[in-house]
Design a protein around this ligand. Structure first.
Ligand code: 5GP
Ligand code: ZN
Length: 139
């Protein structure tokens, strides 16, 4: 199975690498939403957030915080979005788990304006019950 991010880990594919440790690597996104938009990935291949092993997940989260602080210091953004797309409906295009770190600036014209839904007639409790059921099924 070919994976462009595994190729970056293995230095087969070029990337503007920012930071690397034993189990994670981070590099600039080739198609940035803002300049400095970065990706942090585990060196091991996992398809997405659901599959990533706990040790690697903790390492990716630590590297993400480390790099977000470095971006804050070096690029002085007004804010930073940290997101992970999981599944094609959620916008995932590369099936090797990753976090996006997106520096944000006032008036950067990157808009995400969802149409919020309304919980009515006990629907909020129904959804909470469903999810609590899901949590119980792990126990
Ligand atoms: P996703 O859509 O899966 O959440 O994010 C994948 C990201 O990887 C996209 O933002 C895309 O621009 C970036 N990307 C895809 N191929 C490459 C590549 O070969 N090199 C780098 N640096 N980024 C890539
Ligand atoms: Zn991979």
């Amino acid at each position: 199975m070919s994976c462009i991010f595994c190729d970056i880990v293995n230095k087969v594919e070029k990337a503007e690498i920012l930071f690397e440790d034993e189990s994670t690597i981070s590099f600039l996104d080739i198609r940035p939403l803002n300049f400095g938009h970065s990706l942090v990935i585990p060196k091991n291949h996992y398809e997405n957030f659901f599959d990533v092993g706990e040790k690697d997940l903790n390492a990716v989260i630590s590297s993400t915080q480390f790099l977000a602080n470095a971006i804050k210091k070096s690029l002085a953004p007004d804010g930073i979005n940290i997101i992970s797309n999981n599944g094609s409906s959620a916008g995932q295009t590369i099936y090797h788990f990753h976090f996006h770190i997106i520096p944000r600036f006032k008036n950067d014209h990157f808009t995400f304006r969802p149409q919020y839904k309304d919980y009515s007639n006990g629907l909020m409790q129904q959804f909470a019950d469903k999810i609590r059921g899901g949590i119980k099924s792990f126990g």
